[in-house]
Design a protein around this ligand. Structure first.
Ligand code: ATP
Ligand code: MG
Length: 290
């Protein structure tokens, strides 16, 4: 079992903006979802874990070792697929993996070759290994990104909003790939797609404005909301009235009708009870006083 601990992590950028506020978390093998809206601090947290930026205070402990005291230890064990992978050079997928493998310290050339070929197979890119990566589609780029993250058999894999921009089929394929690799390593997936977390993750943390708001097993968090979510179709003109009188956690258009979902411990007359979803947990958490 691998264990990654954050203790009272804080990160303030050079311009004085505090992007991470006192986050403490324990993450173990399996898929861990980091859920939060745009600007919540997901990428900031991930870049801090992978060592691209140092926390202003607090520490990160990987399998008992403080990362700041032994940065090489976590670097050796880590694979990262950043939100913006950035440069796609005019070299073949195989050659780029070869280059990254060398950077990751896989010095034995036959081992390097075996790893690269089996990873290309795993992410379904074997047929394209001699194609230049800049010609790849979005989905192929993300799968290539997973292959490079898996070089060196890391024990922590961090993927930052990996399915943004993928079509449904590519997104499914990508999610199954993540699911497959998450058995005996830690996979941290950041996303604002609640459904992806629901389908993949055994643990979720909801963050906003740099703060950790909720953490737990998705099923347990959902159960806590049973008989507390109420829904009703309304006319657009009534929205303001409902917003000022009820704890509205979300509004949704269903077949061109506006439905509101409200949180209430007691039944609300004229509303129907709905089975809670992780989406309700997410919106309820975000709308609570912070
Ligand atoms: N280098 C930086 N200097 C100053 N502020 C930054 C820097 N990088 C990010 N921020 C700010 O920190 C906050 C968190 O940004 P971050 O990119 O971590 O959010 P995110 O949760 O990944 O959002 P998204 O879902 O849009 O990717 C934002 O307000 C952002 O403007
Ligand atoms: Mg981000």
């Amino acid at each position: 079992m691998n264990t990654l601990l954050f203790n009272n992590l804080n990160l303030t950028y050079k311009n004085g903006f505090q992007a991470i506020k006192d986050i403490s978390l324990k993450i173990e093998n399996g898929m861990f979802g980091l859920l939060g809206p745009n600007g919540a601090g997901k990428s900031s947290l991930m870049k801090t874990i992978v060592g691209l930026q140092k926390p202003t205070s607090g520490n990160i402990i990987f399998n008992g070792t403080d990362v700041s005291e032994n940065p090489d230890d976590i670097k050796k064990n880590l694979g990262f697929l950043p939100q913006d992978f950035g440069v796609y050079p005019k070299v073949s997928a195989y050659d780029l993996l070869q280059h990254i493998a060398v950077l990751k310290g896989i010095t034995n050339s036959s081992e390097r070759k075996n790893q690269i070929l089996s990873l290309l197979e795993k992410v379904n890119l074997s047929d394209f290994k001699n194609k230049e990566v800049h010609t790849f589609s979005g989905g192929m780029r993300q799968r290539f990104g997973v292959a490079q993250a898996l070089l060196g058999n890391p024990r922590i894999i961090i993927v930052d909003e990996p399915t943004a921009g993928l079509d449904p089929e590519e997104r499914n394929r990508f999610n199954s790939l993540l699911n497959e690799i998450s058995n005996d390593v830690i996979v941290i997936l950041s996303t604002h797609l609640v459904e992806d977390v629901r389908n993949l993750c055994s643990e979720v943390a909801i963050i906003n404005q740099g703060k950790l708001l909720r953490q737990g097993n998705p099923n347990e968090l959902i159960t806590e909301l049973e008989n507390k979510i109420w829904s009703k179709p309304i006319d657009k003109s009534e929205l303001e009235h409902y917003q000022s009188n009820y704890k509205i956690i979300s509004q949704q258009l269903i077949e061109r009708e506006l439905y509101i979902s409200a949180f209430s411990e007691q039944p609300l007359s004229d509303f129907s009870s709905v089975n809670p979803l992780l989406e309700h947990v997410y919106f309820h958490t975000l709308t609570q006083k912070q």
